[in-house]
Write a protein that binds this ligand. Structure first.
Ligand code: DDQ
Ligand code: CA
Length: 256
């Protein structure tokens, strides 16, 4: 009788367990399991509370967070050296950034605004209301895409920031974003996972395990999490870093 109970209970318990997990079940054949292969490293400012990371032109752009420490930085993509930096208002918490042809967008976490900056001067040229938390941002050919720590991604007009549509990914705590071709990559806050999302359906098509990257020096700092995905244009490579990480990695995603 006892073995019969176990036979019935074990599958039920594991079903419930996978139902509660925020990433798709490992056996789901429609999700590509991936890992990272490190091709190189460069220094990263260990004081930078990285919230946005993107390559545009000949620069690696970084947005940093924390009140009184938030900046938009233009850095050298091969050395990480800071070329220019502007401060966000000291009472605000900077979040994701994305560089579009019509300006550089920078979110704030809970300050209710997003900024569009002039790429030449980095000065704020527009301040728009943000009616939810600001976490990550990237842009496709037609839209801005923003995350807010939930499983929802919001698509917006790239000039006005007005919302156009949303998708639900089924994975919560989506943070820093990177739009590449037909995939939106998102790192999941407080995990070493990056998910690949189909922008039209919101379906998670890939899960990347980046746990090999977390630097040993950061393991005692619970806030020092993976948070920075920057695609290297014209390649299949990415730069990855994290909040207060002393290093940026150059990687490719490979099937696990
Ligand atoms: N968010 O970036 C995930 C949206 C928010 C992160 C908030 C982390 C707060 C850390 C405060 C540390 C104080 C030294
Ligand atoms: Ca990014």
């Amino acid at each position: 009788m006892r073995w019969l109970l176990a036979l019935v209970l074990v599958p039920v318990v594991s079903l419930v367990a996978t139902g509660c997990s925020s990433t798709p079940a490992p056996a789901d054949p429609s999700v590509t399991r991936m890992t990272v292969q490190v091709l190189g490293t460069m220094p990263h400012d260990p004081a930078a509370f990285t919230q946005g990371f993107e390559i545009a032109g000949n620069s690696l752009w970084e947005g940093t967070g924390l009140e009184g420490q938030s900046q938009l930085r233009e850095t050298d993509p091969t050395t990480g050296a800071v070329r220019r930096a502007v401060d966000v208002s000291a009472d605000q918490f900077g979040e994701g950034i994305t560089v579009t042809p019509t300006g550089i967008w920078q979110l704030t976490w809970k300050d209710g605004v997003a900024y569009r900056r002039d790429p030449a001067t980095l000065a704020v040229v527009a301040t728009v209301p943000l009616d939810r938390e600001g976490w990550g941002i990237c842009h496709t050919a037609t839209d801005l895409v923003t995350s807010d720590g939930s499983s929802t991604l919001v698509f917006r007009d790239p000039l006005t920031f007005a919302p156009r549509r949303t998708v639900d990914t089924g994975v919560s705590q989506l943070n820093e974003l990177e739009c590449v071709g037909d995939t939106i990559w998102a790192n999941v806050w407080q995990t070493d996972r990056i998910v690949g999302v189909d922008p039209s359906s919101g379906r998670v098509t890939a899960v990347v395990d980046a746990s090999a990257l977390r630097p040993a020096q950061t393991r005692s700092d619970p806030d020092a999490v993976l948070n920075g995905i920057a695609a290297i244009p014209g390649t299949d490579q990415f730069l990855l870093t994290g909040k207060r990480w002393p290093v940026t990695y150059r990687v490719v995603f490979t099937p696990a």
